[in-house]
Design a protein around this ligand. Sequence first.
Ligand code: BES
Ligand code: MN
Ligand code: ZN
Length: 500
Amino acid sequence: MHTEWLIAPLAQWRADAILFYAFEGAAQHLPGVQRWLREQPSWATQLNPLKDFTGKLQETAVYYGSPGQLIPRVLCVGLGPAESLDLEKLRTATADLLRKCRELHISRPAIPLMAFDGLSLEADSTFREAIIGAISGLYRYEVLKTREESQTALPEVLLILNESAPTEGSARALEDASATAAGIALARDLVTAPSNRATPAFLVQTARELAERYRFEIQVIDLEGARKLGMGLFAAVAQGSQEPAYLIVLEHRPAGTENDQPLLFAGKGITFDTGGISIKPSNKMEAMKHDMAGAGAVLGAFKIIGETGLNKRIVGILPCTENMPDGKAYKPGDVLRSMAGLTVEVISTDAEGRLILGDALAFALRYQPLAIVDIATLTGACIVALGDRVGAVMGNNENLTRRIQEIGMRVGDRLWPLPLWDFYFEDIKSDVADFKNVGGRKGGAIIGGIFLKQFVPDALPWAHIDIAGPAWTEKDLSASPKGATGFGVRLLAELATDWS
Ligand code: BES
Ligand code: MN
Ligand code: ZN
């Protein structure tokens, strides 16, 4: 489904359905509905009062007009009480509206800009968020479906109705919404794709396509190259896999920013995590195809950055490999030498994410970044701590972590801070190496963070985002259908935009 402006006098609007919002318990319609009804006398009696429809959040209602009308249906969705409206609820409600359209086989639904009047949120961002919800809620991964009947047709186009040409702000809002939804969809596609499709080589190909399309710089380092750079941690994880491993460096460097210090994103790209020799139980192991969601989030953010044409230097580093048990695989007890020169004792080969990211962080320092943000499905412990709808943010700079959390709340990627006090390091002290890759069971998400912290100078602002929970949803969440969520895509893109 794409979006399209339809600019015409109100009486000439034509669509398969017009979409509106309603507040719960409101005495009257929203101003946009009122205006539309004034010019549609035949509808006025029907929509007034909104009979069985109470306007509860996500409640939808369909009204049918008489034959021959230019707009034969009205679809309404509840926003809940006016006082508690926020952008998240708006995205959710709009997603439900469009899903209702899909269910009813409505091919050309239309939403008038005036539907957003009276929502008491900033106009352009209200419009933008609604459209992001509309598109994202219809997401489905159908690449591997071959049977016709399994594919319900989507609406063909979502028309945006207005009487006059859109203001620069609303035109921009629609463009941003499409770009954002496309970035989220890319990440969802990559994370959903099984590991025999989304291999490290596939991620390389995806990054190359982005680089080609948006004029990013790209550098791909293979296992041999990684070894030469001294990446003993990344190489150890990769050595048990038959799939070639790659470290991808993607760089947005618009003219004039060549000498600027970049903002740097690092994303965990484990395309399948068996646990290695410390093998995971087979039950639900298939879920570990999503262990590259950090890399997916960075690629999705780069798509948004490419689409919107940000004028800042941004670098993405994606270590990509499988984690497999094998005759050649690395083993518990092995001591590895990292690119940073630090030695690491492997206690569990299943704590592989921090290993590949440790080398990625050391490599990142070459770019003299202003700040580093890494994002990873790092620990099951993070899900135990915060549940599966919230990620954890931690780091060495409170300003940075606070800012990331605030942006996350704004875009719907919920994060909660965890501390990285120095004493946590005691848990990963090793008898034979500088430190080990696992502590006990206590504070598992924090231990992952403390491990990564060893690879970043204290003076360089760095944040680590653990998305083990929210990268995937078992529940259908309206704007985020069951499966890969694209969590972190908007967060990173918005952080890049917001960055000064
Ligand atoms: N990829 C997993 C973490 C994970 C678990 C992500 C569940 C998504 C859902 C990670 O590589 C891992 O296995 N972590 C271990 C760390 C432990 C060995 C310290 C874990 O969480 O059990
Ligand atoms: Mn693991
Ligand atoms: Zn993992």
